[in-house]
Design a protein around this ligand. Structure first.
Ligand code: R7I
Ligand code: MG
Ligand code: MG
Ligand code: MG
Length: 350
């Protein structure tokens, strides 16, 4: 028998949290990403014996960022209301943004959506997002980075899952690339939830093929060149995975990308998860959850978000048991996120 669904739910949300907290210190720190030495040391500390000061136990806690702030709003809304309520989610986004005294590093333009939502008291929760960027909407990865509660909440109802992913994203992101990035991330988590990590190794080409098939039914061809941008990125993932000896970091950075654009970060997160099924040079671990987020962070750029998305997929696939227990000491909000996963699991069972 495989990993339990509750373990997969908890692994998914914990994976998103750890990717965010551990990736955040490196977000846009260095053009090519942190050095292998620095990152191996960073993870060795998280996995080693707790640091003890002279007088008392002391473990520094890494803070979560906007990725988790918004994820928790969505999860809390689903758990409290047991239904999709866009206005309730919008209110939680706004309240959190204006009352949280910790700097969470929100995207550059999404704060304008929060201001407008506050001014109209979330009466029309989908309107401000549609006005972003002169009416084209944001194509940032802000929808994808917080989508993880959706495949849990809608587990067992595929079409509703797509619908909910879209609606929840549209509260801040209405550009097709922003929406489809969130749907793709949602689909990757969903596939992770439904596959058994014990036994046969994951067929990474098949995992990508299934995403390609599903996205073909969702993604409209571009009006000018007729191409489907996420399809192109997914085909690229397959090519990079097939490279003998593994693609170089440079190749991945240049093709899949490491930016805050959904198109150039969601496929990178999926690739990180798939690539991490096998050992990767310079990453000193046998643990595949660690390898996934470690690799995602090593690419640099939008490290908190790419590691968070990759961590959510890895956690959904492997379950909580693959995640090193000591990580729980080093992040804020661990107990709370696991409780939200329990709540979503309870709803999914009903
Ligand atoms: O997408 P969003 O919520 O940002 C998420 C990112 C994650 O990395 C978080 O960790 C956090 O650091 O921010 O916020 P948006 O403001 O909607 O989008 C982020 C950025 O993407 C914007 O500030 C723009 O620079 C860029 N962007 C666009 N630029 C031009 N035209 C997004 N959409 C557009 C666009 O349509
Ligand atoms: Mg962030
Ligand atoms: Mg930031
Ligand atoms: Mg980020």
């Amino acid at each position: 028998s495989g990993v339990s669904l509750i373990s997969k739910f908890r692994g998914c949300l914990a994976g998103a949290l750890f990717g965010d907290c551990f990736g955040a210190p490196f977000e846009f720190e260095d053009e090519n990403g942190p050095s292998p030495v620095v990152l191996n040391k960073f993870f060795a500390k998280l996995e080693g014996p707790p640091f003890k000061s002279k007088c008392h136990f002391y473990a520094p806690k890494y803070a979560y960022t906007d990725d988790t702030a918004m994820t928790k709003c969505i999860a809390q809304s689903f758990v409290d209301r047991a239904s999709l309520d866009e206005r309730d989610i919008a209110k939680r986004f706004v309240t959190d943004f204006y009352t949280d005294t910790t700097e969470r590093g929100y995207g550059g333009h999404v704060t304008e959506v929060f201001r407008k939502l506050r001014d109209q008291q979330c009466a029309d929760p989908m309107k401000p997002a549609s006005e972003q960027f002169n009416g084209t909407g944001s194509y940032g990865n802000g929808g994808a980075m917080r989508v993880s509660p959706v495949p849990l909440f809608c587990f067992g109802d595929y079409n509703r899952m797509i619908h909910v992913a879209k609606r929840v994203t549209q509260i801040t992101h209405t550009h097709p690339l922003g929406i489809n990035g969130a749907i793709l991330q949602c689909l990757a988590i969903h596939q992770g939830l439904t596959l058994d990590p014990r036994g046969e190794p994951l067929d990474v080409q098949k995992f990508a093929d299934e995403l390609i098939t599903k996205m073909e039914a969702i993604e409209e061809p571009d009006q000018i060149d007729g191409r489907r941008p996420y399809n192109t990125q997914l085909q690229l993932i397959k090519k990079l995975l097939a490279k003998e000896g593994g693609a170089s970091a440079h190749q991945v950075q240049e093709s899949l990308g490491t930016s805050v654009d959904a198109l150039f970060s969601v496929p990178t997160a999926i690739y990180s998860f798939l690539r991490a099924q096998k050992p990767i040079p310079d990453i000193e671990t046998d643990n595949k959850f660690r390898r996934t987020i470690h690799y995602a962070i090593s690419l640099g750029g939008d490290t908190d978000t790419i590691a968070s998305m990759a961590g959510a997929i890895a956690g959904a696939y492997f379950g909580e048991e693959e995640i090193n227990d000591s990580y729980k000491m080093y992040c804020e909000y661990v107990e709370e996120i696991l409780e939200l996963a329990n709540g979503l699991h309870k709803i999914a069972k009903e």
